[in-house]
Design a protein around this ligand. Sequence first.
Ligand code: AMP
Length: 282
Amino acid sequence: MRIIRTITAMRRVISKLRLRRNSIGFVPTMGFFHPGHVSLMKASVNRNDVTIVSLFVNPTQFGPKEDLARYPRNLKHDIQVAEAAGVDFIFAPSVAEMYPEKQLAYVDVGQIADILCGATRQGHFRGVATVVSKLLNIIQPDVMYLGQKDAQQVEVIKRMIKDLNFHVKITVCPTARERDGLAMSSRNSFLSPTERAIAPRLYQALCFAREMVADGQRDASQIIFRIKKLISDGTNVSIVYVSCVGLDRFLPVRRIEGKVLVAVAVKIGNTRLIDNIVVKAK
Ligand code: AMP
């Protein structure tokens, strides 16, 4: 496995791979790898000639009061994990390499970027869409692998790819979870033992919502009410949002009909956690 630091060196590698007609799988990440990242890497390794993982903590997707400076990093560990997963190249540019001067051109994906996580993280999805478009232009992969854990991010990127005619396929991988159901996340490392003990409530509440739907509940407000209660009762967890949204444009639904995404975001102490499941009314 090779670590590549510059755009020029990355482009040189890509040109060679293209000449050899190698298919390229691409996994964009911010590092601090856990088994969720590894599942994306392995999906790519299994289906492509070459797998490239980008490792870049992108400053333009963090708000001024967010956790950019303290975002967890461990390049040595990440290199070992990626190598063991069969990755061929890690593209790990510096901030100066990706943003040599003030970025003037941004990718704005409209309304879908302003709801759910976008409502409280202004500019977040604009930063995500912008860095992903830069990475796609550099790497030009055949397939890009994304995690369902960040369902809104998937939707934003799919929309960007469609509207801006990027030539890449998207494969979405299921959310990898700890034994107790907590969705794996680099940010879980911030949780104190007490906070970590509370964190599985997100998934437990989502599973309860699924049972409510299976038992015939169709009123989204009832489901949202129960989820909020299950998560926050007896804790100081602050709910950022609990939402039932349609799968196409992520707009809130009042009734559960067909497939609906139930998404939650909370703050446990200083740590923001998100999770989601798809429920289906028969
Ligand atoms: P991140 O490094 O957190 O930006 O995540 C990089 C990619 O890994 C994104 O496509 C995420 O959706 C995906 N990912 C993060 N956590 C998980 C998880 N628990 N299961 C599956 N994919 C994940």
